[in-house]
Design a protein around this ligand. Sequence first.
Ligand SMILES: Nc1ncnc2c1ncn2[C@@H]1O[C@H](COP(=O)(O)OP(=O)(O)OP(=O)(O)O)[C@@H](O)[C@H]1O
Ligand SMILES: [Mg+2]
Length: 302
Amino acid sequence: MTSTEQEHSEQSPGAGTGWGDDSTLNAELEAGSPAAAKPVRQGRVLAIANQKGGVGKTTTAINLATALAAVGERVLLIDSDPQGNASTGLGLTHEERDFGTYELLMGAAELHETIRPTKVPNLSIVPANVELAGAELEMMDLEHRTHRLKHAIENRLAEFDHILIDCPPSLTLLTVNAMVASDAVLVPLQCEFFALEGLSQLLRTVERVRTTLNPTLDVQGVVLTMFDKRNNLSDQVAADVRGFLGEKVYETVIPRNVRISEAPSHGVPALIYDHRAPGSTAYMALAREVIKREQALRDAAE
Ligand SMILES: Nc1ncnc2c1ncn2[C@@H]1O[C@H](COP(=O)(O)OP(=O)(O)OP(=O)(O)O)[C@@H](O)[C@H]1O
Ligand SMILES: [Mg+2]
């Protein structure tokens, strides 16, 4: 056997994968059947962003990630907020946060060194530690300061179906890095009186990132959060937002639900804490919509 033949036989698909005895499957794979020739599917990256504080970004990141994982998608959540709420909400100890988003942005660690498993099957996290608070300033003097997250993750996108990035409540360098690394932005919007006020600023930022740094960036959708059916204002805000943004607003509305706010103190997503709670079932419905929209955007991009 020549060295090239040997190389080929060592790399042949199916070798050492547990498919060894299935000669039909192996023959198909060797022959380059349509299934084997399929291009590797790249995971889609979604930034969960809104510069307003406390609108449900982290709650959406944790529970949407869990709901996607629950239907068998491989999900990575990147905690890009120095508050580290997503890491806490998923029960990570401080020791488990020694390598995280800060190290990734600084080039001090590779993505695989920063990924930690969670209690949720199919869901991993890149945690945030206190160092991340200094990242904005430190990145100012670094090369490619807006593309650092993108460069850190772009070679490993095929290992996941969805990569969600939990952004801080600001539109500065951490959020810009998330938007540059992303295919689309998902905006949680709280059903309150000033909901629309900050939205135009956010949409302008997305537009600026699109025209200057990431031409394929999309807004995947806006999700209404903390909807209170006993409060007329919630209805009014939901109607205004739908009037302004039309189909960009997901049909699913996340209700205000005490089980959602209790879950993080137990270090588990609401979906695990009480999967029958109205908030949990709403996040499952949101995951179905997100998968549908991602597929449409993916198809449009191919
Ligand atoms: N649907 C909901 N029902 C009840 N409480 C909720 C709901 N969504 C979020 N909360 C609570 O509201 C608070 C703010 O939510 P969250 O931390 O997700 O917002 P955020 O946008 O990530 O905040 P920050 O801007 O500080 O990062 C938290 O205490 C959370 O538990
Ligand atoms: Mg948050």
